[in-house]
Design a protein around this ligand. Structure first.
Ligand code: FES
Length: 106
C-alpha cells in the first residue's frame, strides 16, 4: 500500500472549505470539516472544474461549474452512485496533513 505524503500544515486548511493540493503528481481536493478530514480527486469528471472550489454541504461538495454533487467521504457522484471519483485517506500527525490513496470498492 502507498505511503502517506505530506500535503501541507493543518493551519493552511480552512474549516468548512476545500483546498486543492498536489499529491502523487495529480490534484487532490482536501476538505477540513467539523466531522473530520476527507480527500477526493480534484478534477470533476464532467468538464474538469476544481472540486476543491465547490460548495460544501455536509458530506457533499457541489461542483462550482454545473453543480454535480460528490460525496467527500467516498467520492461517489450523488446523482449516479455507480460513478465515483478517486478517494484518498487523510490523517493528521502533529500539525501535518498527510494523504494516501484509498480505493473504496463500489
Ligand atoms: S465541470 Fe463539474 S459539473 Fe460540470
Amino acid at each position: 500500500m502507498q505511503d502517506f505524503e505530506s500535503v501541507g500544515l493543518v493551519d493552511d486548511f480552512e474549516l468548512g472549505q476545500g483546498k486543492a493540493v498536489v499529491f502523487d503528481g495529480r490534484m487532490v481536493a482536501v476538505f477540513r470539516t467539523t466531522d473530520g478530514w476527507y480527500a477526493i480527486d480534484d478534477l470533476c469528471p464532467h468538464m474538469g472544474a476544481s472540486l476543491a472550489e465547490g460548495y460544501l454541504d455536509g458530506d457533499s461538495v457541489s461542483c462550482p461549474w454545473h453543480a454535480w454533487r460528490f460525496c467527500i467521504k467516498d467520492g461517489r457522484w450523488e446523482d449516479n452512485p455507480q460513478t465515483k471519483v478517486d478517494c484518498f485517506e487523510v490523517k493528521i500527525e502533529g500539525n501535518e496533513v498527510l494523504v494516501r490513496e484509498n480505493k473504496i470498492e463500489s
